[in-house]
Design a protein around this ligand. Structure first.
Ligand code: HEC
Length: 118
């Protein structure tokens, strides 16, 4: 019976601990790199002609971005960039954006007050 009990060797145990410590660090860094709202604001200058200077569009065909969830915004920009969402206007605009640009733009527009906010 005693042979069934698994006693990890110290070396193996050390590796497990290392993996446990490193994996969340890598995941956190990869997924939630700190977005820079100020950098997003600067990059948003090119977006404002259509999406409005405050992220509220005056064109009925152009969506408001202000106050939208950052994750949703970045997912849409990633989708335009990858081609999984296509639009004649947005696809070419999203193509040159880096992951960092996208995270910053999303954080900036998400930080603006949504339409109808008193
Ligand atoms: C020339 C006009 C124009 C410019 C400039 C422009 N957009 Fe857009 N954007 C649009 C239109 C039109 C749509 C709706 C497209 C569609 O139906 O997929 C849109 C859609 C979006 C969406 C999806 C919104 C949603 O609710 O799904 C995001 C996010 C977005 N734009 C971000 C940006 C960002 C960031 C920039 C600047 C880098 C930018 N846009 C520049 C016209 C523009």
């Amino acid at each position: 019976m005693q042979k069934l009990i698994f006693i990890p060797r110290p070396k193996l145990l050390k590796r497990c601990y290392l993996a446990l410590v490193l994996c969340p660090a890598v995941l956190t860094f990869g997924c939630t790199a700190e977005a820079d709202v100020q950098a997003g604001k600067a990059a948003a200058a090119q977006c404002q002609v259509c999406h409005g200077s405050n992220g509220i569009s005056i064109n009925p065909q152009t969506p408001n971005l202000a106050g939208q969830k950052a994750l949703y915004l970045s997912n849409q920009l990633l989708a335009y960039r990858s081609g999984s969402r296509t639009n004649n206007i947005m696809s070419p605009l999203a193509r040159p954006l880096s992951d960092e640009d996208i995270a910053n733009l999303a954080a900036y527009f998400a930080s603006l007050p949504a339409a109808g906010t008193p």
